[in-house]
Structure formats: structure tokens, C-alpha cells
Design a protein around this ligand. Structure first.
Ligand code: ADP
Ligand code: MG
Length: 412
């Protein structure tokens, strides 16, 4: 399979080649032909599978040069908007299409001014797009194609009401492309009626929704994390365990400690050579190593079935990584377990994660483990839904302020 087979315009092909893409990825192979035929497409594939070009290429192929927004790509974050803009610019290098991304956190006026000069393909985060529309600085009346990228994250981040508002002002007759790493039922519930007999493209294992994974927090002093990990691994049922650490060094150290304890473990991170990474992954897949210790950077490439447990030795820096990490543990339909070690200094990260997933995580102690010098007592907390905080003009509500004063350890 080659990019030539899609029948793309030669100038567009030239752009693709200039990015160094030799042949299409599976999601591109499956999604591009129906999209080129004008069909709606729902594409579900893990992060890193090449979804961006899967919508950028058909979009540019079908797009005229009217200097009116013909294609709108909506995506949850500024970083994603910038990434998509870059890919689209690259692909459009020889086609003459004008590509632009608008997002919050930067000056409004320059964006509005550039929009007035005429844009063909617009990438946007929901908030800034609605602002521009409200103030009459963007005309969405000539949209022929809408792309929703990372639909699951837009849902997680509470953007659906905005996305709905955007959809309401778009022309009814248009092509829709929806891309996501996971496809939670809520996404389809909202968007399903907007789609016109969509072609479904599903690549690889579809990640399970967060709710389907049994998640627990284990409060522990940072100096006892290694010991707790070794103790946990003595339990039965932890057959194929993926451990995440914050840094490469910590991954190496954790591995060394496990091996000293007689547990088959191997590290995988960006300081390891390609060959070492491959051997590690293969050994993990075929059972030679029970534990794979990884950093977030390489976690995207770990596609191993039947991982029984994901253990967050350290909380992730970026809360999105939490979902990516724990999503490795269960195939669609079956369940998995995720355990997060929580040192006192990591409570802010935990709060952030909980705010994103919409519920608090239960806390557990490992029975029989000798916890020493724990700054954070086990709150014996159960999982529960978080009431969405309502923004009331800058002041936090009384309830929230009271919660803030509660000492660490009672309401992590
Ligand atoms: P996703 O949106 O699925 O997470 P991206 O579109 O961001 O994935 O692509 C992931 C990486 O793969 C990027 O670095 C991108 O440049 C690269 N990539 C995408 N398509 C191809 C291809 N056909 N050949 C080589 N690399 C590709
Ligand atoms: Mg993407």
C-alpha cells in the first residue's frame, strides 16, 4: 500500500513525501479512502498511530482555495492544535492552501486579523473558536468538513457543551470525521445523531474506558516505594505488570531493586537502544520478564496484551498520561487493575488526575506491610464522583475553601 494509491493530487503527495512518510499507517489506509469519497468516518486508534494525516490528507484533497474556512478541525488543547497545524502546513506546502490554528492563552487580535485575510483550513480549540464566532471574527458558514480530533479527551475535559454549540452553528450539510484513541459511549451519544452512516475504522485494541479499570491509590512514603512494590509482587495474580516511573534513572533503579529481589524485570526508556527496547518488549510479551518498567515517553509504543496490572510507581507529571498509562491494562471487554503509589509530595498530581477523570480514587493499604514514617496517613477513602466545580467569577465556593484547609492525609 502506498500514498499514490489514494489518488491524491500530485502537489499534496509532494507534501506528504517531504514529511518523510513512505507508506500510510493502518489507520490512514483504512480512513483515507472513505473520507475521500465524502463519507463520514469514525476512527478509533491508539495515540501515535497517525490519525492526524488520516484526516489532514482527505481534507486538503477535497478543499478548494476559497480563502473561506472550508475545513474546521476541533481539538482539545493548544499543543494538539499546534501539532495539527504543523502537519497540515507541511502537507499543504505545495498545494497553496492557507492553514491556521487558533487557541486560547495568546492574544486574540492577531488571530482575528489573520482570519480576516482568509484561511482554508482552520484548527481550533473550542473556547477560542466560540469567542471568535461570538465576536463575528470567524465565519463558519462555508464549512464543508468538520473534524473532531481526540473526541474522548474533549469529553474528559468537559468540552462537550462547547462542541455542541459549535456544531449548532455549522452548515447542516457537511462531512464529519471523528477521531479518538478510545470511543466511550458518551461520545457517540452526543455525536451519533450528527453523523451520516459513518464508516467505522478501528485499529488495534481499543482502549477501555477508565471506569472499567479497577483503580486504587496506595499511600506510601517515597523511600518505601521499592519495598512496597516488591511486597505487592509477592501476591498472586500479578502476572504481567507494567510499572511506570517518572524518570529513566528511576526506571533503572526500580528494575535493579526488583532483580535483587529475584523478580524478572526489565527497563524500557529512551536511553535504551532500539535493540534493547525490542528485546525488553519481546521478553515481556513471552513471559521471560514479569515486570516491565517504563517511562511515559515510550509508553505509547507499548502494545502488549494481557497486562494484568499497571503500577504507577510515581504519579505522572501530566494528568493525561494517567489515562494513557492505565489504559494499557485491559483489552476492551475485560478488566484490569491500576495501582498508584502516592507519596505525600504527589497529592497535587492526584487531585489533578481526579478532577480530570471525574471521580476520586479509593485508597488501600497492603495488608501485612510494615509502613514506616508515613507522612500521609491512609484516608481509607472510597471512590466517589466529584461534583463539578462551578466557576463563579474567581472566588472559590465555601465548600471548596473548607476542603482546602483539611490537613493532608484526611482528604487527599
Ligand atoms: P495520533 O494522532 O494517532 O496520535 P499522529 O498523527 O500524531 O498520531 O502521528 C504520530 C507520529 O507518527 C508522528 O510523529 C507522525 O509524524 C508519524 N507518522 C504519521 N503517519 C506516518 C506515516 N505514514 N509514516 C511515517 N510516520 C508517520
Ligand atoms: Mg492525534
Amino acid at each position: 500500500m502506498s500514498f499514490e494509491k489514494f489518488g491524491l493530487a500530485p502537489r499534496l503527495l509532494k507534501g506528504v513525501k517531504s514529511m518523510g512518510y513512505q507508506k500510510p499507517t493502518p489507520v490512514q489506509q483504512d480512513a483515507i479512502p472513505p473520507a475521500l469519497m465524502g463519507r463520514d468516518v469514525v476512527g478509533c486508534a491508539q495515540t501515535g498511530t497517525g490519525k492526524t494525516a488520516a484526516f489532514v490528507l482527505p481534507a486538503l484533497q477535497l478543499l478548494g482555495h476559497r480563502r473561506k474556512v472550508g475545513v474546521l478541525v476541533v481539538t482539545p488543547t493548544r499543543e494538539l492544535a499546534q501539532q495539527i497545524e504543523e502537519v497540515a502546513r507541511h502537507c499543504a506546502r505545495f498545494t497553496g492552501h492557507k492553514v491556521m490554528a487558533v487557541y486560547g492563552g495568546v492574544n486574540y487580535n492577531p488571530q482575528a486579523a489573520r482570519l480576516r485575510r482568509g484561511i482554508d483550513l482552520l484548527v481550533a480549540t473550542p473556547g477560542r473558536l466560540l469567542d471568535l464566532h461570538r465576536r463575528g471574527d470567524v465565519d463558519l458558514g462555508s464549512i464543508e468538513m468538520l473534524v473532531l480530533d481526540e473526541a474522548d479527551r474533549m469529553l474528559d475535559m468537559g468540552f462537550w457543551p462547547d462542541v455542541r454549540r459549535i456544531i449548532r452553528v455549522l452548515p447542516k450539510k457537511r462531512q464529519n470525521l471523528l477521531f479518538s484513541a478510545t470511543m466511550p459511549p458518551q461520545v457517540m451519544a452526543v455525536i451519533g445523531t450528527e453523523l451520516n452512516q459513518p464508516c467505522r475504522v478501528e485499529i488495534g485494541r481499543s482502549a477501555v474506558p477508565v471506569e472499567a479499570i479497577d483503580q486504587a491509590v496506595y499511600p506510601v512514603d517515597s523511600r518505601q516505594k521499592s519495598e512496597l512494590l516488591a511486597a505487592l509482587l509477592e501476591k498472586r495474580g500479578l502476572d504481567r505488570v507494567l510499572v511506570f516511573t517518572r524518570t529513566k534513572r528511576r526506571a533503572d533503579n526500580v528494575c535493579r531493586d526488583l532483580v535483587c529481589n529475584g523478580i524478572g524485570a526489565v527497563p524500557i526508556h529512551s536511553n535504551r537502544t532500539q535493540a534493547q527496547r525490542r528485546t525488553a518488549l519481546e521478553g515481556f510479551k513471552n513471559g521471560k520478564y514479569r515486570v516491565l518498567v517504563a517511562t511515559d515517553i515510550v509508553s505509547r509504543g507499548i502494545d502488549v496484551d494481557n497486562i494484568s496490572h499497571v503500577i504507577n510507581f510515581d504519579m505522572p507529571y501530566r494528568r493525561e498520561d494517567y489515562v494513557h498509562r492505565i489504559g494499557r491494562t485491559a483489552r476492551a471487554g475485560s478488566s484490569g487493575t491500576a495501582i498508584s503509589f502516592l507519596a505525600a509530595e504527589e497529592t497535587a498530581e492526584l487531585r489533578n488526575i481526579e478532577a480530570m477523570i471525574g471521580f476520586t480514587l479509593k485508597c488501600n493499604d497492603l495488608e501485612g506491610f510494615n509502613y514506616t514514617q508515613r507522612l500521609l496517613s491512609n484516608p481509607k477513602r472510597q471512590a466517589k464522583k466529584i461534583r463539578r466545580l462551578v466557576y463563579n467569577g474567581g472566588a472559590l465556593s465555601g465548600r471548596r475553601r473548607r476542603r482546602r484547609r483539611t490537613p493532608v492525609g484526611t482528604s487527599v
